[in-house]
Design a protein around this ligand. Structure first.
Ligand code: 3EB
Length: 353
């Protein structure tokens, strides 16, 4: 195939999903109440249930990925996936209570000891095995939703436990933990929900983009945890006008430090400056200059819903009133961060919201 097959992202309200239907859908994510829309529709594609409430007026929005053709379903362990040409969408959920019952603590000299570490290791092993077996081994983008992400247990914050297990498991599976690592987001989810992960993979390797304003997350100093977070700031699949850009969760971090603690408006502006710098870097590396800030679709994680009006006002003043924005309430991996923003650009035109 010479041309880049297009993959299209849409953030849909229930009414829009009813009118557009489910033709060519590769996979989807439903946020809290949105699960009702999809369960009622009896869909047969992989679906991630993310336990984070939508803050848009339409509370039942879903994130839909279309590859356009007839997707082939598959499963591997807990992973459900669908493939369509170049692309694979997969999803899995792991309850910590379920894995700790069967795990032998400390077996094989493993560093992984907490329930979340064991669940994360299991999830990443199954994800890596699934994409390899399906023949789409190149991970482009991973979304991680971690219940009680900021809670300290076993002497370590749960986000840092997640990082330990992601890092160790990736090494054990022969995957990179720096450099050629997928774009990602890691956010909180409701207490009691399972560790929930969904991902996009390809047959072709993407370009891995770092942000010149930020220390690479995989080079963060040890003050942020014993194992660094293994993700790239962005990945780009393809080149030029056909490229697809996946921007990782991005926050008000310059160098490795949080800026503007306690000021959600300033954090939003700093985050947009970070995304703009990343767009310049992607344009320089992959010729994606058509992907300007206004042309992206955004998912915006807000820690405290009372900050939503100021965060939304900053975004609309920077992006215009028509911007595609999905707002979710979620805890963010540093306690001093009020907002985190991820984005997607390119592929099948400008996404709707
Ligand atoms: C940061 O820049 C903010 O651990 O996968 C953003 C995106 C963040 C992904 C992850 C974490 C992750 O460090 C946090």
């Amino acid at each position: 195939m010479s041309a880049v097959q297009s993959l299209r992202l849409e953030y849909l309200t229930p009414a829009e999903s009813r009118s557009e239907g489910w033709h060519g859908v590769l996979g989807a994510a439903a946020f809290e109440a949105g699960a009702r829309v999809l369960n009622g529709a009896g869909v047969d594609f992989p679906l991630a249930h993310v336990h984070a409430p939508v803050l848009n007026d339409a509370r039942e929005m879903v994130e839909v990925w279309r590859a356009g053709g007839r997707a082939q379903p598959g499963s591997h362990g807990r992973v459900r996936y669908a493939r369509d040409g170049d692309f694979l969408f997969g999803s899995l959920a792991v309850h910590e209570a379920e894995v700790t019952a069967s795990a032998e603590p400390g077996s094989g000299g493993s560093r992984l000891r907490t329930p979340l570490e064991i669940a994360t290791a299991l999830a990443y092993r199954e994800m890596y095995a699934a994409v390899a077996a399906a023949g789409n081994p190149q991970l482009l983008r991973i979304w991680n939703y971690i219940p009680n992400i900021n809670l300290d247990t076993h002497g370590l914050e749960r986000y840092r436990q997640f990082n330990t297990a992601r890092h160790e498991t990736s090494l054990a599976c022969g995957r990179a933990v720096a450099g050629n690592v997928p774009a990602a987001s890691a956010l909180g989810a409701a207490a009691g929900s399972p560790l929930t992960i969904y991902f996009l993979a390809s047959r072709r390797a993407p370009a891995f983009i770092e942000n010149p304003r930020q220390v690479s997350a995989y080079r963060y100093p040890a003050q942020y945890g014993p194992r660094s977070p293994a993700f790239s700031r962005a990945t780009v699949l393809g080149e030029g006008s056909e490229a697809m850009l996946f921007v990782s969760g991005t926050a008000s971090i310059v160098g490795h430090r949080t800026l503007h603690a306690g000021d959600p408006a300033a954090q939003t502006r700093e985050t947009l400056a970070n995304i703009e710098a990343l767009l310049e870097e992607a344009a320089r590396r992959s010729g994606t200059e058509e992907l300007r800030l206004e042309a992206l679709a955004y998912k915006v994680y807000v820690r405290d819903p009372k900050d939503l009006p100021v965060i939304r006002a900053e975004l609309e003043s920077a992006l215009g009133p028509e911007a595609a924005l999905l707002f979710l309430k979620a805890d963010i991996c540093r306690r001093d961060l009020a907002v985190e923003i991820e984005a997607v650009g390119g592929g099948g035109g400008r996404p709707s919201a």
